[in-house]
Design a protein around this ligand. Sequence first.
Ligand code: CP
Length: 304
Amino acid sequence: MKHLIDIKDLSTDEIDELITVAKDIIANKEKYSKKCERKKIATLFYEPSTRTRLSFEAAMMELGGNVLGFSSANSSSAAKGESVADTVRVIGGYADIIAMRHPKEGAPLVAAMKSEVPIINAGDGGHNHPTQTLTDLLTIQCEKHRLNDLKIGICGDLKFGRTVHSLITAMSRYKNITFVLISPKELKIPDYVRKDILEKNNIEYVETKDMEEYMQDLDILYMTRVQKERFFNEDDYIRLKDYYILNKEKLEKAKDDLCIMHPLPRVNEISTEVDDDKRACYFKQAKYGKYIRMALILKLLNIK
Ligand code: CP
């Protein structure tokens, strides 16, 4: 049995295989519509979600399976003090696979150690969000037709944004990737990402506060939300929340084939006037999330 807790749990070949299957699902939906008949996914979400939870549920439904679960800790026995370990032991008797989001970093790993069914980390605190990364990789492959030779700008909350940490980790495996890391000094990437991933793998990167400085060079601009729920001090959040707002004017020098991504939800960091720009890929990105999660469910359930 295999779990997905960290994007590092997957080899590059496995990621490429998931992308290939997801693209086949997009092209041949009917072929997959009964692959998970009689299977169930449990979505255990101790933290709010729209895309991740509902796309997992839609993914299982489109594979012919069923779904059960809870969407907040308060509606489960966690509110009475039940541990994650006990919960997954019980749910393993009701479902074939579990997708879990939890505010505590490492909670899905603890679950995986006790679970009799595969556990998928659907986001743990400020740490990791591997299925968002798979979504991002499928989006890049489908929109740019390559995962190599890319200059990627990542803008916003690089400190608390778990999607950022997983994305940098994953893209660092591909050839000729350069990162432009755009953030205020308070929200720079954590040292462990800089040292253990970028520097260790000799990945070229620059850090800047200026969103427009490298705009003309970028192949991808990955915008992120300032993560209000991870701040200890509300004044800091209020000061930083609107630091970057992408609008048409800021895109003036950008390439015609720039791919603008965002894991969503968006707050103010992308003006709605950008939504109609052909370079805005973030709503397509959310849809790609369902297909890559279908491919992942098949893989973890060992269904060909
Ligand atoms: N991108 C993402 O994780 O969205 P949700 O929080 O809505 O699941």
